[in-house]
Design a protein around this ligand. Structure first.
Ligand code: RB5
Length: 142
């Protein structure tokens, strides 16, 4: 299950992400927002972060205008490793090296074509499970 959250700046791109996940048969839980009306991105970052922290959802996807505010908020939550990615290489590397559990993107930064490739890569790339990466991830929480 993938937890989804966005503000008004990410709403339109999130509709594309939802269609893509439905086509792929990937289950998601939508934590809002549900329109382009102005709202506050920390609300959705925290809802998605809590769903991942609790294990209700294995991964999360967060979208605001830039991806910055929503990723900063998510990264303040224990156990959340939120990667702001606007290219496919970073999406692959952050899964392999950081075991990132939340992807953030900016709806005003990337087009849907690239964003969906980033989502696909993020969700399909496993963690490398290499010792050096496990050690570094453990150090993040110290
Ligand atoms: C909203 O205007 C915008 O500030 C927000 O979507 C995001 O870009 C914040 O980092």
């Amino acid at each position: 299950m993938v937890a989804l959250g966005c503000d008004h700046g990410g709403y339109e791109l999130m509709q594309e992400v939802k269609k893509f996940l439905e086509q792929k048969g990937i289950a998601y839980k939508d934590f809002g927002t549900d329109s382009t009306a102005s709202t506050d991105y920390p609300i959705y970052a925290k809802l998605v972060g809590r769903a991942v922290q609790s294990g209700e959802c294995e991964k999360g996807i967060l979208i605001c205008g830039t991806g910055i505010g929503i990723s900063i908020t998510a990264n303040k939550m224990k156990g959340i490793r939120c990667a702001l990615c606007h290219d496919v290489f970073s999406a692959e590397a952050t899964r392999q090296h950081n075991d990132a559990n939340v992807l953030a993107m900016g709806g005003r930064v990337v087009g849907a074509g690239l964003a969906l490739k980033i989502v696909d890569t993020f969700l399909s790339t496993p963690f490398s499970n290499e010792e050096r990466h496990k050690r570094r991830i453990a150090q993040m929480e110290e």
